[in-house]
Design a protein around this ligand. Structure first.
Ligand code: FES
Ligand code: MG
Length: 576
């Protein structure tokens, strides 16, 4: 006798008799839902991060409609719901502080509702990891749909990219190379369509991770937000999630250890954001896959950067799309033996089946593995007495000659100290100095803001110098560049060795040896450690307190300690 078919999760609500069935169905009918929609067909949640306060996701109402059309077409019943949205450019003190909060919203919204499968609408940086983390902790069938990048910025005949040129134009203004009016003009030219940052920043990186992990459909990374194919992709996602529910394929069958290994290698090949390190570790630990910093170093080590995109190169996501997009990169990795080819993806095929025939239409934008854009450029994980639990650097965005460097520390105790003194003519700084910024980690800022790529002192910029070694416990924007050591752990606010650095100390960085050393004797450091006092947290109640009390260090994904892992999809009780 065949095993009895497992009743659909949503039927625990909609399939009921008596009072509870009435309660669960009747209110849903209030906008014109016929009774037959509750007959056991797959109920699909559409998790929407639409918000006008998240400009990158401001087209998500339309995107959700296309997903719904696909769900109806496949015989499912779509129900859209909002979750906390995190806008990178408006939210203070940093959207990262709220990534974990949003992930709780997502997790509880999925689990607490009659949903058999979910489509995640994600765009701006933190919305992607927040939704994947939340969904991973429930582990029902899931498809990710990214919102897509904006069209290229164009200013006076040149491409200008989100973030990357915000930083360079700001430095040009400070160095007196452009006027205030020109600066404002560029501001209007940079972001001129719906979509997220169109450099290979964190949003484009995470959209690529969605595709590389297999949780999104092929093409997810690069179709511009306003390209009709983005809407088609959303519609296909709507159709496909219904099938995934029928096939009973939970998220954990897709985002396996193999999928994460693929994603790490893809990140190296696209010269992706350092933020992906934290986010992927956090997502993996939710779903129960073991992933750590060493995996990043090991797996990315032999991978070359293939794409010539800002912030590492000169093109933008629109160019990447027309060149063939992420499928070309995945094919190149597969041909080099750098892909777990059997990893299952959301469309039911393996990652190799999806990408093996991808054509490259522009080898200036996507360079072949044999003639790469930059060599051996995966994320480098540094160790040493300054970062016993690791620190990272993105070699593709760094200056080659600074990757082996010894210099005197110029120390800033916190971000306010940095802002107040960086342009002080008395600051003892030259191009060989190492800028050190403390107390910007997960607990210290709090939320580990993107301030690690500290702007250089004005008088150094005026000499035409554009890069210096910088070290902090902060993150940096995925659109940023420079020889910037990030995520130093343990962080200064926790009393990590970074807290003990003083002006004039010698620091040695050697990326090829994966080394970061504070050249101060252990005896002296012990003395300083004894005198160290933790900084006072800026807020002592509410979510900020919960966050500071429970946040893990960057090397562990900066998740809240009690959110690591999953609780599954079960809910023990009815609501009335
Ligand atoms: Fe939203 Fe960059 S600000 S993706
Ligand atoms: Mg950012």
């Amino acid at each position: 006798m065949a095993a009895a078919k497992k009743p659909r999760r949503s039927q625990q609500w909609f399939g009921r008799d008596g009072k509870m069935g009435f309660i669960y169905r009747s209110w849903v009918k209030n906008r014109g839902i016929p009774h037959d929609q509750f007959d056991g067909r797959p109920v699909i949640g559409i998790c929407n991060t639409y918000s006008e306060l998240t400009p990158c996701n401001s087209h998500f109402r339309t995107l959700a409609e296309h997903v719904k059309t696909g769900v109806w077409e496949a015989g499912g019943f779509p129900l859209e719901f909002p979750v906390m949205s995190l806008g990178e450019t408006l939210l203070r003190p940093t959207a990262m502080l709220y990534r974990n909060l949003a992930s709780m919203d997502v997790e509880e919204s999925i689990r607490g509702n009659p949903i058999d499968g979910v489509v995640l609408l994600m765009g701006c940086d933190k919305t992607t990891p927040a939704l994947l983390m939340g969904a991973a902790s429930v582990d029902i069938p899931t498809v990710g749909v990214s919102g897509g990048p904006m069209l290229s910025g164009w200013y006076r005949g040149e491409r200008i990219g989100s973030g990357t040129n915000t930083f360079s134009l700001s430095e040009d203004l400070r160095a007196g190379k452009i006027t205030q009016d020109e600066y404002h003009e560029a501001e209007s030219c940079m972001h001129r369509s719906h979509g997220h940052c169109m450099t290979m920043g964190t949003a484009s990186t995470m959209a690529s991770m969605v595709e590389a992990l297999g949780v999104g459909l092929p093409g997810n990374a690069a179709y511009p937000a306003v390209d009709a194919r983005r809407n088609v992709l959303a519609r296909h996602a709507g159709r496909r999630i219904v099938e995934l529910v029928k096939e009973d394929t939970p998220l954990s069958k897709i985002i396996t250890r193999a999928a994460f290994e693929n994603a790490i290698r893809v990140n190296a090949a696209i010269g992706g954001s350092t933020n992906a390190v934290i986010h992927l570790i956090a997502i993996a630990r939710r779903i129960g896959v073991k992933l750590n910093l060493e995996d990043w170093d090991k797996l990315g080590r032999d991978v070359h950067t293939l794409v010539n995109l800002m912030p590492n190169g000169k093109f933008l996501m629109e160019d990447f799309c027309y060149a063939g997009g992420l499928p070309v990169v995945i094919r190149e990795l597969g041909e080099q033996g750098l892909l777990k080819k059997d990893a299952l993806t959301a469309n039911g095929k393996s990652i190799w089946e999806n990408n093996k025939d991808a054509e490259n239409f522009n080898t200036d934008v996507i360079m072949p593995f044999k003639k790469p854009f930059k060599k051996n450029t995966g994320i480098a994980v540094l160790r040493g007495n300054l970062c016993p639990d690791g620190a990272i650097i993105k070699p593709s965005a760094a200056t080659p000659k600074l990757m082996k460097h010894k210099g005197k520390a110029v120390v800033f105790e916190n971000i306010e100290d940095f802002h107040s003194r960086i342009d002080d003519p008395k600051l003892p700084v030259d191009a060989n100095s190492v800028l050190v910024l403390k107390n910007c980690g997960p607990k210290g800022y709090p939320g580990m803001a993107e301030v690690g790529n500290m702007p250089l002192p004005e008088r150094i910029l005026k000499k035409g110098i554009t890069d210096m070694v910088r070290i902090s416990d902060a993150r940096m924007s995925g659109t940023a560049y420079g020889t910037v050591v990030l995520h130093t752990a343990p962080e200064a606010a926790l009393g990590g060795p970074l807290a003990l650095v003083q002006d004039g100390d010698m620091i040695e960085l050697d990326v090829s040896k994966r080394k970061l050393e504070l050249l101060v004797s252990e005896k002296e450091l012990a003395k300083r450690r004894k005198a160290w006092k933790p900084p006072k947290p800026p807020m002592q109640r509410g979510y900020w307190k919960l966050y500071v009390d429970h946040v893990n260090q960057a090397c562990d994904g900066a998740d809240l300690d009690f959110l690591v892992g999953k609780s599954g999809a079960g809910v023990p009780r009815d609501n009335h």
